[in-house]
Design a binder for this molecule. Sequence first.
Ligand code: SF4
Ligand code: SF4
Length: 209
Amino acid sequence: MKYPKLRELKEAIKALIKGPFTTKYPYEKHIPPESFRGKPQPSQEGCIGCGACAEVCPAEAIELKDIKSVNSAERVLVWHYDECIFCGQCARICTTRNEKIPGVVMSKEFELANTDRKKIRSEKIKHDLFLCSYCANIISTKKHLVYVSEKLQHKTFGNINLTQVLLEKFGLNIEPVKFKQFNQREYLYEILCPKCRRKTLLFDEYGKV
Ligand code: SF4
Ligand code: SF4
């Protein structure tokens, strides 16, 4: 006769006293442990649309799309749970992770099985974009720039883009000063991408430094 090993015997006695480790799921609701990583849950309110989560996602499960049309420009973020590996990187790296409402958190939800892949997606998170006034290249989302300007406080006024964003937030639509003597410097106080800002600062009306 084979005798049970001590460790197995200990586990058996523990299970007899405390009950089994397994649960009767799906007949009974299963409550996952505290450290369990279920579906990442993004929040429209907490997210600022910076895109850091999409950059770090190892499974490329976060779709980030910038949509520009004549009248609007917006960034759309969607989590594809059918591609997600539940690593938690998006929540760990989220720019607003320490705020009251983070951009994305790992929920305890694990019941994601579905026959239609289109249904295994998060709601769309949408943000308005700020474009360069000169070349219309994307700078970032309005919410992202407002977030950065609030964090920088008085240092915000050292950056023209952030200053304009902050003024707009408070409804102060100050017409940018135009420097007519230099063609490019007309745009000095506009919202510009780094490339156009450089051109504005470095080149004179003849395109020379
Ligand atoms: S949990 Fe991991 S795999 Fe899933 S969306 Fe977040 S970063 Fe990507
Ligand atoms: S705020 Fe967080 S969830 Fe939103 S785009 Fe940035 S990193 Fe992703």
